[in-house]
Write a protein that binds this ligand. Structure first.
Ligand SMILES: N[C@@H](CCC[C@H](N)C(=O)O)C(=O)O
Length: 275
């Protein structure tokens, strides 16, 4: 049986989205890699399957797989896309859905943008996780290639945020994989390099676990804003400017991280039997 899919993106971070609420779908890692392949498949950074959820109030369960086939707990840009899809379906202005990391709440914002409450930032070393006790405000064990120790944050997935003076001078292609696989990250990590432009504006580039360099990372933007506030570099609400565009991130006093940004549908299609 072939499956219908939607190709969506958030600021160029792109997804194949499959609705499996009525017909179960559990592709193997090799099948996800084949679909994500940009030459011979559809091509995507993440592969999203919307499944039924038994959580009270949830409209579905968003299962997230990276382009390498591995399953992960969070994806901010895909959360806006799935939130938008579910609100279009219901005609409502807000929706709750489930992920491996917990329940997420999405709502409509200005100019067609979507806000997702990405939940709490997790700041203890064991929650990121790191390989051993460390101050997550400055993880010196991960200082690398002249870059000082990053801030470590979990947004339901692990992030390490390095602050630099010139983000465009960072050779992300050369050092991203080594940092993702650094032995101090037992579950690997998403790697962000960030440059403070003003108290309300950060420029950030990302190397994603399981996907490499992407145009944007929603959970990475949340982690970056949390890291910047913890270091005293920005106000609680700031714009994060990525290669693919801008997200607005607010870290509230009660430890909720609110992410607002656009969603887009690129095309729909049907996976061929070979995929
Ligand atoms: N692109 C995503 C993050 C996807 C998961 C990440 N690569 C991981 O392995 O944790 C986002 O927008 O947050």
């Amino acid at each position: 049986m072939t499956r219908e899919f939607l190709k969506m993106h958030g600021l160029g971070n792109d997804f194949v989205v499959i609705d499996a609420r009525n017909t179960p779908y559990q592709p193997s890692e090799a099948e996800v890699r084949a679909i994500a392949n940009r030459r011979t498949g559809v091509g995507c950074d993440q592969f999203i399957v919307l499944e039924p959820s038994d959580a009270p109030g949830a409209s579905g369960f968003m299962r997230i797989r990276n382009a390498d086939g591995g399953e992960v707990g969070a994806c901010g840009n895909a959360s806006r896309c799935v939130g938008w899809l579910l609100m279009e379906e219901s005609g409502g202005d807000r929706v709750t859905f489930q992920t491996a990391a917990g329940l997420l709440h999405a709502s409509r914002a200005d100019n067609g943008r979507i806000t997702v409450d990405m939940g709490p930032a997790r700041l203890d070393w064991s929650e990121v996780p790191l390989a051993g006790p460390a101050d997550t405000l400055r993880v010196e064990a991960v200082a690398h290639a002249g870059y000082a120790g990053p801030v470590a944050v979990s947004m339901g997935n692990p992030h390490a945020v390095f602050f630099v003076d010139d983000v465009d001078a960072v050779p992300l292609d050369d050092i991203g994989a080594a940092l993702e696989h650094h032995p101090f990250f037992p579950e690997r990590a998403n790697i962000e390099f960030a440059q403070i432009l003003s108290p309300t504006s950060i420029r950030m580039r990302v190397w994603e676990r399981g996907a490499g360099i992407t145009q944007a990372c929603g959970s990475g933007s949340c982690a970056t804003q949390v890291a910047a506030v913890r270091r005293g570099l920005t106000e609680r609400k700031a714009d994060v400017i990525l290669d693919g565009g801008t997200l607005t991130i607010e870290w509230t006093e009660d430890n909720r991280v609110l992410m607002t940004g656009p969603v887009a549908v690129s095309f729909s299609g049907r996976l061929s039997a070979g995929l």
